[in-house]
Design a protein around this ligand. Sequence first.
Ligand SMILES: [Mn+2]
Length: 336
Amino acid sequence: MNYLKQFQHIQKLLQSSKSILIVQADNPDADSLGSSIALQDLCQQLSISTQLYCAISLSNYLQYIDGFDQVTDQVNQNFDLTIFVDVSTKTLINKLSNLPLIKNIKQKPVIVLDHHQEIENPIDFATVIINDSLASSTGEIIFHLTQYLKIQLTNLGLNAILASIMGDTQSLSNQLTRPDTYRIVANLIDQGANRFELDKKRRDLNTLPLEIFHYKAELIKRTEFYYNNTIAILVLRQEDIVNYSAQYNQMALMQNDLLQVQNVKVILIIKYYQDQHLTTGIRANYGYPIASQLAKHFNGGGHQYASGINLAKQDLNVFKKDIIIKANELLTKIDQ
Ligand SMILES: [Mn+2]
């Protein structure tokens, strides 16, 4: 995708801004965090002040990314431009949509930078949108923006983009990784990013407490398999979320192992909250790119191999039955 027109527009918007609000969606991850920090670094070079906002508090597993502490859910309303990173659907800014802050955001220019494939309920109040599903990550788009603006990021910003790319490509191993992704990573490292250090920090942070190791055994036992073991499904309840989610992200804990189980093609990790709201993380194995389609069927979104759903007021058993049937339908289509 050629971003020239959008970049020209973004450049103009940046030139007329003194203070920018950078917003992550309700599903913050390494990409949205890395993108926010990189944009903050970019803005600093332009003497623009920034506030990094996320309505949801970031999971501790993201602490390996320097700049983690910059993100807050308390902002002052004194900004003149908003940039949404790694999101282009209103469904994933649900929390923000119910706050007075959204009114202020809508009265001023809005930039959306994203790379998600299936978009339901798009952010319709944006001034400029870049949504490139060929980009490995939003961080990659921001890398191109820095090149276009001829801005030299500091090592903090360079490492943040690297964290974005590594996060969304699972360390350059999944289908989002293209030749260009390697070139960008090489370029970042040339400029001073340090992959070894970033990886080490992430591994050190993600060492398993013994309690989590034992909890993992419990989750393995609780995982159900359907349709000749092609679909693995795990339901997490309020107590799982309260007792463990902040300490260790269950998807990160389980996904690699579940995707390695013989015959498994898609995994579904459902978080069912006390108020009957639920989220579902979907991951698919290579050759079965159904994740975004499956999520879309339930008003969610994402990529071919990784996506998510976020729904209010659901009957768990009905939802579970529906999603298993729909997943099987999509898998069967591929195998026909
Ligand atoms: Mn992303």
